[in-house]
Design a protein around this ligand. Structure first.
Ligand code: SAM
Length: 283
């Protein structure tokens, strides 16, 4: 693969999804795009790029699917789910009147393990919720991974990662070599396509946003823009959870840490731009 082709792939995925790839990732690009070339009967990455650059939206979506990393598992990293149970829900319940629906957004949900983990956790906490409805909205840029999430079908390896046996037996049915999560659980999640580079204002206001293990793929200005979009979509007393390797530090001033837990992020109002007084320098 020559340097020009690598550069065109890098430009494509940066513009389409915000994902930063560097020229030393030639092996990665090749490994990810080769199956797509075979399936589409295209001889080279250059041939694929020509079609995509000419506006082939189907191939463009397939190329995004191929270049995104969908690694996820049930109750991933455990701690965010502990914070959800021990801090977020108790605080929200205290502040919200009984009839108020709570809204959660999983902003890069991959094959659904994160929102499905929340459904199972919320079932466990039902008595605490005092009859409050909880909506779970889950989005991803990749149509194919969303289709997998909506199918609710997981293989043996996937159900062995992070999912307690008790929950496997309670919520899943064996289906050949795979496991099918209860359709009831799938129905409780509103899956939809959303590119984090796009304005999220049409999505309404959320009490909790999980945006985990996706910002690591973006550069700092993109992360800052996404944080601002999430801060605008969060209730003033809402919460944001990030992946273990992700931080707001040095990227945005729209969040601060929860007083009880550094890794739990709470929104700050946007800082007002200083007003220029004629004839005076702005400090
Ligand atoms: C590594 S997975 C993380 C899944 C889950 N949040 C977790 O922590 O286990 C990252 C997901 O981000 C999605 N993604 C990448 N770029 C995106 C973008 N610009 N907008 C929305 N989703 C994106 C990928 O398709 C992938 O499913």
């Amino acid at each position: 693969m020559n340097a020009n082709v690598i550069q065109r792939v890098i430009q494509f995925i940066s513009k389409a999804a915000g994902i930063v790839l560097t020229p030393d990732k030639a092996y990665f690009i090749d490994a990810r795009l080769s199956p797509l070339l075979r399936e589409e009967n295209l001889g080279t990455i250059e041939a694929l790029l020509s079609k995509v650059e000419a506006g082939d939206r189907r191939l463009s979506a397939r190329m995004i699917d191929a270049l995104t990393t969908n690694e996820t598992f049930f109750f991933r990293d455990r701690t965010p789910f502990d914070h959800f149970r021990n801090i977020i829900i108790p605080e929200l319940i205290q502040r919200r009147p009984a009839g108020k629906t709570l809204r959660i957004w999983c902003a890069a949900c991959s094959s659904g393990q994160e929102p499905f983990s929340l459904v199972m956790l919320l079932d466990e906490m039902k008595a605490q919720l005092g009859g409050r409805q909880v909506e779970i909205h889950a989005s991803d840029i990749s149509e194919s991974i969303l289709a997998k999430a909506k199918s609710g079908i997981f293989n043996q390896f996937e159900v062995q990662r992070g999912l307690p046996t008790k929950l496997l037996l309670q919520y899943f049915k064996k289906d050949g070599d795979n496991w099918q999560i209860s359709p009831d659980v799938v129905r409780r999640v509103n899956f939809f396509r959303h590119n984090l580079l796009e304005d999220p204002s049409r999505l309404g206001t959320f009490d909790v946003v999980f945006c985990r293990n996706v910002l690591i793929y973006f550069d700092r200005p993109t992360r800052a823009k996404i944080f601002a979009g999430i801060a605008d979509r969060l209730a003033p007393d809402g919460f944001m959870l990030l992946g273990g390797a992700e931080s707001t530090f040095g990227v945005t001033d729209r969040f601060t840490s929860h007083p009880k837990e550094r890794m739990l992020h709470i929104p700050l109002p946007p800082r007002k731009a200083p007003v220029a007084v004629p004839g005076r320098a702005i400090a």
